[in-house]
Design a protein around this ligand. Structure first.
Ligand SMILES: [Zn+2]
Ligand SMILES: [Zn+2]
Ligand SMILES: [Zn+2]
Ligand SMILES: [Zn+2]
Ligand SMILES: [Zn+2]
Ligand SMILES: [Zn+2]
Ligand SMILES: [Zn+2]
Length: 466
């Protein structure tokens, strides 16, 4: 036999362990050398031919390992020729498959012999009692996994914690390791009644039996106040009802007395409630009368003191002097807002808009003078004759006219001053002040009517409404 593995050192840590063909030990007869792999020297497994000048044959895996070792370069291991193709060596494969072999497990005691094809095709996978097998239940958690032989499978079924076992009560299969906890909860597990000793009960039915059915269970007597109530068993209740007539009559008499007492107490309580109700009704009548009197008083008070009308809102007015309602000697300018006098006599003019309701404020600035300037309000049209004796308002700032001369009431102003006038039509009051300061001049007795802003000028004076 040739030297083993001439091209494939087994000690290279970067390479996978070297593959190998079929070992000699399984073959019944001596092996001819041309069936041996050029690499591993064992009988070729899945033989291939390497296409080069010398065309050697090898195991398929040994050839692939060789190419890997040469970093993918395909060269012949004998003559370093380039390999142009790798193809299955079918004649050799058939020869090898037909060789007479022992079982792989002959050392463990399997005495099977036959063709290599049968060994791999059926004996090992389905028959060999010495072949290792997986646990059929749950190999991942089976403690015997990796140690099981086919011949041990039946014994293992009786011990594997994952093998299914039928519950003896409900017949449902559970994994052996779960059976203990299932038995502790299985609803069909038998349960004995501790009172009557019945053996036909289960975990699911015993509670209802104890509560509603057990003949030895203690029950209440339907007759109230029966001294035996709670001491009679369910099965003895019928007899108790017959034999206990005297006891029951006594109990009923006692109950009757108690009921009489209760009725009397209820009657007393009802009488109390009726008398309280009567008192409350009387009180209610009195309170209703008091309320009616108070309502009448309140109505009378409200009639005597009607609520004040809502206060009108003060409106700022932009006054324009009326060219049709002025002395001819007065001159208007700046959109009829400025009015000027040039002659030494009292002359007056009215604004274009008058008011009979609400509160109205307008402002006038003195822009030259000072001489005689009167401000105030006046009905329209003006009465005939001189304003001096007919107008409502003032001649110069402090002198008021209300159909007659009143006298000097005293606030003075000069050039640049602003006089503000406020007419309150509801209270018939006209107020005036200079530059927003006190004192305020008040004319409080203006008769009902429609009033227009009024200006009275004497000599060289002008004012502007702003
Ligand atoms: Zn080989
Ligand atoms: Zn070659
Ligand atoms: Zn075998
Ligand atoms: Zn198992
Ligand atoms: Zn069960
Ligand atoms: Zn019972
Ligand atoms: Zn009773």
């Amino acid at each position: 036999m040739a030297q083993k593995r001439p091209f494939y050192p087994a000690d290279d840590p970067d390479l996978p362990p070297p593959p190998e063909g079929y070992r000699d030990a399984i073959f019944v007869r001596p092996i001819t050398d041309f069936l041996r792999c050029i690499f591993c020297q064992s009988v070729m497994k899945d033989a291939v031919v390497l296409g080069c000048e010398c065309s050697p044959s090898a195991c398929k895996e040994c050839a692939e390992a060789w190419f890997l070792r040469n970093k993918g370069e395909k060269i012949c291991p004998q003559g370093r020729h380039p390999i142009i193709m790798v193809a299955p060596n079918r004649p050799i494969r058939q020869l090898v498959q037909d060789l007479l072999v022992r079982c792989f497990h002959h050392r463990e005691g399997c005495h099977w012999e036959g063709r290599l094809e049968e060994l791999e095709g059926s004996h090992i996978t389905r028959e060999c009692p010495k072949a290792p097998v997986s646990c059929p239940y749950n190999p991942e958690t089976c403690p015997a996994q990796g140690k099981l032989l086919r011949q041990d499978l039946e014994t293992h079924r009786l011990a594997c914690p994952n093998a299914p076992v039928d519950c003896p009560h409900c017949k449902i299969p559970f994994a052996r390791r779960l059976m203990e906890s299932h038995l502790a909860a299985c609803p069909t597990a038998p349960a004995g009644c501790p009172q009557c000793g019945s053996k036909t009960l289960t975990r699911a039915t015993i509670e209802k039996h104890m509560q509603d059915e057990c003949p030895k269970g203690l029950v209440a007597c339907p007759v109230p106040h029966c001294p035996m109530s709670g001491h009679v068993t369910r099965e003895a209740l019928a007899v108790h009802m017959v034999e206990g007539v005297c006891v029951h009559i006594d109990a009923l008499i006692r109950q009757n007395e108690e009921l009489r007492g209760a009725v009397a107490a209820l009657k007393t309580a009802a009488e109390g409630l009726i008398s309280r109700n009567t008192a409350l009704e009387q009180q209610n009548t009195q309170l209703t009368a008091q309320m009616a009197a108070l309502t009448a008083r309140m109505d009378a008070f409200e009639a005597r003191n009607p609520p004040p009308p809502p206060r009108p809102v003060l409106t700022d007015e932009a006054v324009v002097w009326d060219p049709d309602c002025k002395e001819a000697t007065l001159v208007l300018s700046e959109g009829n807002r400025t009015i000027s006098s040039t002659v030494g006599a009292h002359q007056s003019a009215l604004g274009t808009v008058g008011w009979s309701a609400g509160i109205h404020r307008w402002r006038v600035r003195v822009i030259s003078g000072p001489h005689w300037v009167g401000l105030g309000v006046h009905p329209k049209p003006r009465g005939g004759g001189a304003d001096y004796t007919t107008a409502y308002g003032s001649s110069h700032i402090a002198q008021l006219y209300q159909g007659k001369y009143v006298g000097d009431s005293g606030i003075r102003y000069g050039v640049g001053d602003v006089v503000a006038c406020v007419l309150d039509c509801a209270s018939h009051v006209l107020t005036m002040n200079v530059n927003g300061n006190e004192p305020t001049l008040t004319i409080a007795d203006i008769p009902q009517g429609t009033y227009y802003p009024w200006v009275n000028l004497h000599s060289a004076v002008s004012v502007t409404a702003i």
